[in-house]
Design a protein around this ligand. Structure first.
Ligand code: KE4
Length: 435
């Protein structure tokens, strides 16, 4: 078992990180990028093109984070860049309505069947924060249910047993979130129909909403079971609670209509981000018209934003959704995802490493865990240290995986069969050094 991991970092990234840490907390603008879980210095990126990232030391990496999801078309797609450039030359923000916003809204409504009306915002966090407020305003109820290991952005009431960087860096319940902010949040185990039924029985008529990632990316790739989905839909319907699918990660990634299209479940509200903005800051929340008409100025639930519906971000999102509709990549992504999952499973088996590989479409996770992962309790038993060695071993092979066991990897439509084979070969080489 090798104990030392070579953090093969270029001098320029090391110097850049030293400078950044003097200026910004932890030297980053989002903790997920800090390499906190894997140790060492984060790579500073110079540019990206297609399936590749290029760091400031001139090294090229096959990219498996894709900006944590948005880059399904690959980096710097010429038609997306052209749309951004054209929009920017007409002004970057007006603070007044534009037809382009209606165009993107139509594209979202056309793609996601359960969305009858939609509001554009600036991030996934804003989308989930707003959806929770609207659900509470629409039902007049306070309590919400979320699931351990699910991450919905840094919303106070949802930063409770959160996944992603919160789990990675050991702050699933962040300091600064007051007891008041979290007192109405009920945290259950993902995939537990029993806990959902028992909670609705205990709090009849008191639960405003249930929010979940329909396929979790933020504890690694953990899909909901069909039974879990069915019980969520029936329990919320029976009780009059609002079912919110947080599809910030899965929206437009697992299907044009998101995870809900694959499961055939119709939530009452959906939150979106990442791909919907084409890599620019844009999120959205939407759902049943009777619920969305509660939002000011149609209704009384307040939600606002200076840059919401920003013309440049809207142009990027609209071009991205157009390209996904014109030439859907989803069959190819499923085939490549299975190829990668089977290859990683074979490589870890040959290396004699206890592991699980879980995959849905272009979301894949190699868990360093002897048992299947259905919930946070399972994910939390992973061997984090082994993951760190795997991560750095692949960096040294020019493969950039998510820097945490509790993140799904993503790949783009530009990742070819040969690139996936190259990744599997590199993983086989690295995993042999870990065993
Ligand atoms: P943003 O506010 O980061 O745009 O979206 C929050 C969010 C909401 N819901 C889900 C399901 C999400 O995955 C996210 C954000 N995902 C993380 C990666 N797991 C973003 C990366 C980061 O925090 O830097």
């Amino acid at each position: 078992m090798s104990t030392t991991t070579v953090h093969n970092i270029g001098d320029r990234s090391a110097a850049a990180f030293e400078r950044a840490r003097k200026l910004m907390p932890g030297g980053v603008n989002s903790p997920a990028r800090a390499f906190g879980a894997v140790g060492g210095t984060p790579l500073f990126i110079d540019h990206a093109k297609g399936p590749y990232l290029y760091d400031i030391d001139g090294r090229r990496y096959l990219d498996y984070i894709g900006s944590w999801g948005p880059m399904i078309l690959g980096h710097a797609h010429p038609e997306v860049i052209e749309a951004i450039t054209q929009a920017a030359q007409r002004g970057t923000s007006y603070g007044a309505p534009t037809e382009a916003e209606s165009g993107l809204a139509e594209q979202i409504i056309e793609a996601v069947d359960s969305v009858e009306k939609v509001r554009l915002v600036n991030s996934g966090t804003e989308a989930t924060m707003s959806a929770i407020r609207v659900a509470r305003g629409a039902t007049g109820r306070d309590k919400i249910i979320k699931f351990a290991g699910n991450y919905h952005g840094h919303v106070d009431s949802l930063l409770v047993a959160a996944g992603s960087a919160a789990a990675t860096l050991g702050v699933p319940d962040s300091p600064g979130v007051t007891a008041g902010a979290g007192q109405d949040t009920i945290v259950l185990s993902y995939n537990s129909c029993e806990q959902v039924a028992a909670t609705f029985a205990e709090f009849p008529g008191q639960i405003a909403a249930v929010i979940l990632e329909p396929v979790v990316g933020n504890m690694g790739c953990v899909p909901a079971t069909a039974e879990f989905m069915a019980c969520l839909r029936s329990e919320t319907e029976k009780d009059g609670a609002i079912l919110i699918f947080d599809e910030v990660m899965t929206g437009f990634r697992l299907a044009l209509g998101g995870a809900q299209e694959r499961y055939g479940i119709r939530p009452d509200m959906t939150t979106l981000g990442k791909i919907v903005g084409g890599g620019m800051p844009l999120g959205a929340y939407g759902g049943r018209a009777d619920i969305m008409n509660q939002v000011l100025p149609a209704g009384k639930v307040f939600q606002a934003g200076t840059l919401s519906g920003n013309p440049v971000a809207v142009a990027a999102g609209s071009a991205t959704l157009r390209l996904l509709r014109e030439d859907p990549p989803y069959e190819q992504l499923e085939t490549r995802g299975k190829q990668l999952a089977q290859g990683l499973d074979r490589a870890a088996t040959e290396a004699g490493i206890p592991h699980q590989v879980q995959q849905v479409g272009s979301m894949v996770t190699l868990f360093f865990n002897p048992d299947p992962v259905h919930d946070w309790q399972g994910a939390d038993r992973c061997d984090r240290e082994a993951f760190g060695r795997y991560f750095w071993g692949l960096i040294n092979e020019g493969i950039y995986m998510p820097c945490s066991q509790f993140e799904s990897l993503f790949f783009s439509r530009l990742h070819t069969e040969a690139m996936i084979e190259e990744t599997i070969d590199a993983a086989a080489k690295v995993l042999k050094t870990i065993a």
